[in-house]
Design a protein around this ligand. Structure first.
Ligand SMILES: NC(=O)N[C@@H](CC(=O)O)C(=O)O
Ligand SMILES: [Zn+2]
Ligand SMILES: [Zn+2]
Length: 444
């Protein structure tokens, strides 16, 4: 925790109320107006919206194994620049995060970097192989205290394994985060299946490949009585299945990515592989259904699915290119553009879907993102009036595969505080050494 004090003067809370937020010794001391504090660094927050630090339940940090794409350090710098104070690191690393040793290593790298809380996600099956359950209990009991398990990138396709995984995590209140993709229905699939895939001559990826797995898994979750989370929903039909499951009382939560809330398959006419992502960009009707589902709570959270890939994996023919987009720095601007500016979500809603709900699903420490007096100072200040071209300067990770380069987006993150340490200062990232020292002090 940082020893430095800050007074965020004249901020607007998600509720719309004005507040002077006083941060001391890593904690929020008060959020009333008219606060004065001798010795505190005053931040002019007039016109800025103060959100609880953003929490990403779905980030690919790529370390260990794919450090040419991203590392825990570069990925958490991107996170801080995007307003995130906690990220859940997906397990598709090399070695796969399927043992207590690997998840503890990832968490330690996050602590040492100092830019955000890193909570590792454990793989459901050994090596993401889909054949044998990984050491789920050992990862849960490790120092990393893993609560979220996922084979993301691959679907846990075997129904019996999925049932056993749900039974296992139920014993310690964990959750299985499913990448819902029937492998047989999507062999060599390249984009959404429909008239456009026929026109472009690319192999189609049918909506039913996602929806059928979600339908099976909500029924399994009901049967077991365990928690299930569905990653990156992309179709209107998936929304219908989740809505049905929630009405039935099934413990399921769902996520949408910013890109599935803004972009459609029409972009693929360019054959620009920056638009190649798993699940694929869909139709306008799907985007509208996902937006409404976020607004009415059927979709619980927005998660980035930040998926960095090096240039050579993207600057090639469509069929050969890797699936995935970076998304940490563009998440808040895209959410503002797609949902706030359109009147579908207010700032309290943004705080819910980008911070409070993901923290709750991932079982982050109680109050860590509660945004109340005495809570750890995880705070993000956003300038909602800014509208700017999203350019390379906005990216801080190791990869640049953003679909938004050159696009105009609303809103800009100005300040990020992680446990009282300012990781982003009026748009500028804290130096690496300073962040590492602050993290070191916090551990002691
Ligand atoms: N989303 C993607 O297109 N790619 C992800 C895997 C995944 O999230 O399924 C990746 O690891 O690159
Ligand atoms: Zn996935
Ligand atoms: Zn992913």
């Amino acid at each position: 925790m940082s020893e430095q004090s800050y007074l965020l003067k004249g901020a607007t809370l998600p509720s719309g109320a004005g507040a002077d937020i006083l941060i001391e010794a890593g904690r929020i001391v008060s959020t009333t107006t008219g606060a004065v504090a001798a010795g505190a660094t005053v931040v002019d927050a007039a016109g800025l919206v103060a959100l609880p630090g953003l929490v990403d339940l779905h980030t690919h940090l790529r370390e260990p194994g794919f450090e040419q794409s991203e590392t825990v350090l570069t990925g958490t710098r991107a996170a801080a620049a995007g307003g995130f104070t906690a990220v859940f690191a997906m397990a598709n690393t090399l070695p796969v995060s399927d043992t207590a040793g690997v998840v503890e290593q990832v968490q330690a790298l996050g602590r040492a970097a100092g830019y955000a809380t890193v909570r590792p996600i454990g793989a459901v099956t050994v090596g993401l192989g889909g054949e044998r359950l990984s050491e789920i209990g050992a990862m849960a009991q490790s120092r990393a205290g893993v609560r979220v398990f996922s084979d993301d990138g691959k679907c846990v396709h075997d129904s019996l394994l999925m049932r056993r995984a749900l039974e296992y995590v139920k014993t310690f209140d964990g959750v299985i985060a499913q990448h819902a993709q029937d492998p047989r229905l999507t062999e060599n699939a390249q984009m959404n299946e429909g008239s456009l895939s026929s026109e472009l001559g690319l192999k189609g990826w049918p909506a039913v490949a996602e929806e059928s797995i979600i339908a099976r898994d909500v029924l399994l979750a009901e049967h077991v009585g365990a928690r299930l989370h569905i990653c990156h929903l992309s179709t209107a039909g998936s929304v219908d299945v989740i809505r049905w499951a929630k009405a039935r009382g099934i413990q399921v939560t769902a996520e949408a990515t910013p890109h599935h809330l803004l972009l459609t398959e029409e972009l693929i006419r360019s054959y620009d592989a920056r638009y190649k992502v798993n699940p694929p960009l869909r139709r306008d009707e799907d985007v509208q259904a996902l937006r409404e589902a976020v607004a009415d709570g059927t979709i619980d959270i927005i998660a980035t699915d930040h998926a960095p890939h090096p240039r050579e994996a993207k600057e090639c023919e469509w069929d050969a290119a890797a699936f995935g987009m970076v998304g940490l720095e563009s998440a808040l601007p895209v959410v503002q553009t797609a949902l706030v500016d359109t009147g579908l979500l207010d700032w309290a809603g943004v705080a819910r879907v980008l911070s409070q709900a993901p923290a709750a699903i991932g079982r982050l420490e109680r109050h860590s993102h509660a945004f109340e007096d005495g809570a750890p100072a995880n705070v993000t200040l956003v300038d909602p009036t800014a509208s700017s071209v999203f350019d390379l300067e906005r990216l801080h990770g190791r990869s640049q595969n953003s679909p938004y380069l050159g696009a105009t987006l609303s809103g800009s993150v100005r300040w990020t505080f992680h446990e009282g340490f300012a990781t982003l200062r009026d748009g500028v990232l804290a130096p690496v050494g300073e962040a590492a020292d602050a993290a070191d002090a916090a551990v002691r």
